[in-house]
Design a protein around this ligand. Structure first.
Ligand code: SAM
Length: 252
């Protein structure tokens, strides 16, 4: 029998989770960027910059931005991958399962004048449609939490990565300062749905966001899952007291 999956605090079938996650991002897509800024007071931009710095990108590499949504990481990575007109070999693929998010990402990057060196692929992170050993770097920012079968996604990324390549996950994680939990709970379960209702006209999707963070594997559990998928030299660093964590791992 198929194991149920968590959709926030609810248990649903895996297909139902995938369907509901798609509905969440279809609903929030038009207001996604402004909500990110408001929810994190702009902090998500710093976290993403830090994550991209840890990727240690070199011109000419092949990069995959998984669950890339509106393309924040792709934008930052592109600047390092192709710092000049001469550095033409590097490519990044912005990939997402959701056409609404991917279209927004593509339109935004094109409007910002980024054309060369970026491809767009609609794909499920669990079953990547790329040949083995295609990429030097694979990253996934605030995406893994939404994936139904996380172990399958880690396995698929491991296969698509080249030997010596690096995989990076930027994701909400477990708050380390337990004394701050009451404030974090109030922020998550009251403020986020309230803000979601006012800005995106959708409280439920932001309630799901808060719940999905609580159900996501914590720092140690995700480290274990990366080892189980075959990754080596797995490192975890906490940001904002563990509200967010970066896992970096290698295929050796
Ligand atoms: N990476 C972007 C960022 O940091 O702003 C977007 C993150 S957004 C919170 C999560 C994204 O994960 C959504 O665009 C959603 O469509 C995508 N997603 C959810 N499940 C996925 C899956 N199984 N495979 C690929 N993308 C998925």
């Amino acid at each position: 029998m198929t194991e149920p999956a968590d959709f926030g605090f609810k248990q649903v079938s895996p297909d139902e989770k995938t369907r509901r996650v798609r509905a969440v991002f279809e609903s929030v897509a038009p207001r996604y960027d402004i909500m990110n800024d408001l929810m994190s007071l702009g902090m998500h931009r710093l976290w993403k910059r830090h994550a991209v710095a840890l990727l240690n990108i070199r011109p000419g590499q092949q990069i995959l931005d998984l669950a890339g949504g509106t393309g924040d990481l792709t934008h930052l990575i592109h600047a390092q991958l192709r710092p000049s007109m001469q550095a033409t070999a590097g490519r990044i693929i912005l990939s997402d399962i959701n056409p609404a998010m991917l279209t927004l990402g593509r339109d935004r990057l094109l409007n910002e004048g980024l054309v060369e060196g970026i491809d767009y692929v609609q794909a499920n992170a669990e079953t990547l449609p790329f040949p083995a050993q295609s990429f030097d770097r694979i990253c996934i920012a605030f995406g893994l939490r939404n994936v139904t079968d996380k172990a399958a996604a880690l396995h698929s990324a491991y296969t698509a990565l080249r030997y010596g390549g690096c995989y990076l996950i930027l994701e909400f994680s477990r708050l380390l300062l337990t004394s701050l939990e009451p404030f974090y709970d109030a922020y998550s379960f009251k403020w986020l749905p309230w803000l979601g209702e006012r800005i995106a006209g959708d409280a439920d999707s932001y309630r799901y966001l808060a719940e999905s963070i609580r159900k996501h594997p914590d720092q140690a559990a995700l480290t274990g899952m990366l080892h189980a998928a075959g990754f080596a030299r797995v490192e975890c660093s906490n940001l904002a007291g563990g509200i967010v964590a970066i896992h970096r791992a290698y295929k050796l």
